[in-house]
Design a protein around this ligand. Structure first.
Ligand code: ADP
Ligand code: MG
Length: 398
């Protein structure tokens, strides 16, 4: 269902409560990575430009349901003020007198940031009374925090019961458009690359992609070993989920029944579990013995996967191909990132999602050579699994 967006409503002179994702890393009282703040700027600037009183609400980290200065949004206020080149107002509480007073002082076109919404236990409990108090600040509610849309919290879901107009922000709109198109109307050939640690984490996504009849499904990362073990290969000390073996076989046969080409690695980089620092080598999968640990895909697999990506018109990638946090086991992931970038240069629409996968594409320096980097970790995976996100469902239909 298409959702109303911020472009569909009149904002001039309105109090616009905007749920943003300012859950950024803080080091020594400063924002150490402002990517998410910069991501929200277009929606904030649009609303301010339309003459709205822009009231921003966000969580930061995991405070224990009470005020804790370690999780204050004050450093974000400082960074946001720099980015907007104007002083952003701040309220030490997101509801009550403090918040009300700050909102009534706010002029049209100006921006106010409220303190961490998770300082109140009502946020995560989606407590209706807390949601109602937040709603008292708003004429219009805008959700631009795709990354928390899979959580039914007061500021992402409950609040919409109490505000007349509830719409998607520009970031949210783009996520819904891109991910929605990939799921409902992808250009083909459609190739999905899945990796990461666990089949169990990705089961709903794999199932959904099989249902959507992707043309090719490339499986790498530790996840591949669960498939290999299920198929009777020796996987040594590689990461395997023993309770997922039958599921893996089931997925493989479902994929085959659907006519999907399912590719698993043919070789991998392994180390000896007794001498991990000095024993790295690349071997075919079926040469694996009981003492070895597989930590990355091998060169031959990189070639086969890269070849499979050529000519793709839609690519979805979630999950690193190896233990990319440990050099040199980032090589396989980076090589696939390059192949995705090249396929994109040649006309594919590519989407990368998942916390670690997005970190990997950023580290590879290839973020601007893919079509869309999805900002949600869990939210992206749930969306791609075909699950309706509560924070999206709660918005007004277009
Ligand atoms: P995302 O966050 O993009 O959804 P995941 O969280 O599913 O990705 O997977 C990322 C994790 O998988 C990383 O921590 C990475 O080290 C791990 N991983 C990938 N391949 C292997 C492997 N062969 N052995 C151990 N860990 C692996
Ligand atoms: Mg992860």
């Amino acid at each position: 269902m298409k959702k109303k967006t911020i472009k569909d409503v009149d904002l001039a002179g309105k109090r616009v409560l905007m749920r943003v994702d300012f859950n950024v890393p803080i080091k020594d009282g400063e924002v150490s990575d402002d990517t998410r703040i910069r991501g929200a700027l277009p929606t904030i600037e649009y609303a301010a430009g339309e003459g709205a009183k822009v009231i921003l609400v966000s969580h930061l980290g995991r405070p224990a349901d009470k005020p804790d200065q370690a999780f204050s949004l004050r450093p974000v206020r400082k960074r946001l003020s720099q980015l907007l080149a104007e002083e952003v107002a701040f309220a030490d509480d997101c509801i009550g007198e403090e918040a009300n007073a700050a909102v009534s002082k706010l002029s049209d076109g100006k921006v106010l940031l409220l303190e961490n919404v998770r300082f109140h236990p009502g946020e995560k409990k989606n407590d209706p009374e807390f949601a109602r108090q937040l709603a008292l600040l708003a004429d219009v509610y805008v959700n631009d925090a795709f990354g928390t849309a899979h959580r039914a919290h007061a500021s992402t879901a409950g609040i919409t019961q109490f505000v007349g107009e509830c719409v998607a922000g520009l970031l949210m709109e783009r996520e819904l458009e891109v991910l929605g198109k990939v799921l409902t109307n992808p250009e083909r050939p459609f190739v999905a690359i899945l990796g990461g640690a666990k089949v169990s984490d990705k089961l709903p996504v794999i199932k959904s992609l099989i249902e959507k009849k992707v043309d090719k499904l490339l499986i790498g990362g530790a996840m591949a070993y669960t498939f290999f073990k299920a198929l009777g290969y020796t996987v040594g000390k590689s990461l395997v989920e023993d309770d997922m073996l039958s599921k893996a076989l089931e997925l493989k046969s479902e994929a085959e029944k659907a006519g999907i080409q399912l590719l698993l690695p043919t070789d991998h980089q392994v180390v000896d579990s007794f001498d991990p620092l000095n024993s790295r080598k690349t071997i075919p999968i079926d040469f694996t013995n009981s003492g070895l640990v597989g930590l990355d895909i091998g060169d031959e697999t990189v070639q086969i996967f890269s070849e499979a990506l050529k000519g793709a018109k839609t690519i979805v990638w979630n999950g690193p191909m190896g233990m990319f946090e440990e050099k040199p086991f980032d090589e396989g992931t980076f090589a696939i990132a390059e192949a995705v970038a090249e396929a994109t240069d040649n006309g594919a629409f590519s989407v990368v999602g998942g916390g670690d996968s997005v970190a990997a594409i950023n580290e590879a320096g290839l973020a601007d050579r893919v079509s869309h980097i999805s900002t949600g970790g869990g939210a992206t995976l749930e969306f791609l699994s075909g699950i309706e996100l509560p924070g999206v469902a709660a918005l007004d239909d277009a």
